[in-house]
Design a binder for this molecule. Sequence first.
Ligand code: SAH
Ligand code: SF4
Length: 388
Amino acid sequence: MAEAPADTFDMRESLCGVDKTALDAALHRAGVPDKQIKMRRQQIWSWLYAHGVDDFDAMHNVAKAVRAGLAENFSLARLDVAQAQYSDDGTRKWLFRLHDGHEIETVYIPEADRGTLCVSSQVGCTLACRFCHTGTQKLVRNLTAAEITGQLVAARDALEDWPTGNTSNSGARKITNIVLMGMGEPLYNTDNVIAALNVMSDGDGLALSRRRITLSTSGVVPDIGRVGTETGVMLAISLHAVRDDLRDELVPLNKKYPITELLDACRAYPGLSNARRITFEYVMLKDVNDTDADARELVRLLAGIPAKINLIPFNPWPGSPYVCADWDRIEAFADIVNRAGYASPVRTPRGRDIMAACGQLKSESVKQTAAVRKMAELEAKKLQRPVV
Ligand code: SAH
Ligand code: SF4
């Protein structure tokens, strides 16, 4: 019933990834009487997000007529996987093709004690941070809430990460954490991002803990508070420089929202405590922002904010204007930060051989060329280094 004939293009709108308001509207359109909407929504929500079904006929407790009404108007189609890549280190990257032909990337990073899905919020990014590959992409549009949530659903499909059996959503999941650190600036698409985060963290569905979801922003000050009040997820700030003149250059949005305003918004972030800290991301660029004085100033700036510091070795991309700081510099910087009480702050680069590491995502066909792939592999080899 859910499948369209193979030789026709399925014009039905997909319900995969929708939030509760959109699901209610769909039920209404499928002819479900008003007084049944809540009950049907609860049933279908659970099938969609606690069980991951992709066929209306699998929804056994939903009346046949309702299933038929839904299938006539809607599908449960997933994001289209245009390409799936595996890194030698277990990282997986998917290139998803959206209904209008745009493409986005999503990355899965398995670790011993967790599995993190790095989700995109926009096609490309308008902000053009100088060290970021995504910022060089010309095509940009906001993702819908369903397209953002759809990345988690598609990744759970690919990883066979749905609960087995017919009722429980408990037990070990492969995807335990979500980071909004893929393509795009989440707070230039705040409404859709908030809607998607609330679907991902809904206890009757995908049930990701809000404490295990982190939204990273380059510093869109006016929307930072909303993330706390409307979702309760964790916040990460792409700081990258401790002086406005340098941050203006690296993160041009700083000209609009300079460091002091940004840190004031952080201090006011709802629910902060030592158990709920803000992560400050700092990309290590050789001879640009990597001195001991920078490290000391970083510690001074963050005093009084419950904070974690995350040093990110710069991940190169074809034509990037920077190189990664030397390893002994990163260690010296990390030492200063460590001595100030911030533990293990260096982020291990993952998936560099498939251009899946931070800031390397860019969904244009140019990245598929053999030359670019070779460059990525060489860089990945060259930059294999111990990570503290
Ligand atoms: N737009 C958001 C989220 C996506 S970027 C933001 O900027 O926070 C996720 C993280 O990767 C950010 O901290 C970003 O600054 C960092 N990043 C971007 N390009 C990078 C690169 N080439 N090497 C290492 N980190 C990079
Ligand atoms: Fe956009 Fe973030 Fe990249 Fe800056 S670092 S260009 S905000 S994706």
